[in-house]
Design a protein around this ligand. Structure first.
Ligand SMILES: [Cu+2]
Length: 131
């Protein structure tokens, strides 16, 4: 009952913590609920010219980020494993973002839609829209 569900959740969390690529289906069909508070994608403080992508539970938040040309994008890794945020065409990449670490990229200057993924866990995908 409750105990069995708790054990299953623990096993899934452990698998993620160990860096295993666990398909959503293996976790019961739905993504595990986030245990992290995910801040707003963008600071609204005046004068702060950067956007933020948070990586938590092997997902990018938000999955679609709108930025200005050349805007700095800070990438915060809340997971216990290394991730990257890498354009599918290679035009930008954070390189390795350490567990609980932060890196940044500069968004392209050309307006358009740019798809990215994690080069280590390629099922992790997202989009940056420059406009
Ligand atoms: Cu990753």
């Amino acid at each position: 009952m409750g105990t069995r569900r708790a054990l299953a959740a623990t096993a899934a969390t452990l698998a993620l913590a160990l860096g295993a690529a666990v398909p959503a289906a293996a976790l019961g069909g739905a993504p595990a609920p986030s245990v992290h508070a995910v801040p707003a994608a963008r600071s609204h403080r005046p004068g702060v010219e950067h956007a933020t992508v948070v990586i938590a539970n092997f997902m990018f938040h938000p999955m679609r980020l709108v930025v200005r040309p050349g805007e700095r994008v800070v990438v915060v890794n809340r997971d216990s494993v290394v991730h990257t945020l890498t354009a599918t065409d290679g035009r930008f990449s954070t390189g390795d973002v350490p567990a609980h670490g932060t890196r940044a990229i500069v968004a392209p200057r050309a307006k358009g839609t740019y798809h990215y993924f994690c080069a280590i866990h390629q099922f992790m995908t997202g989009t940056i829209v420059v406009r």
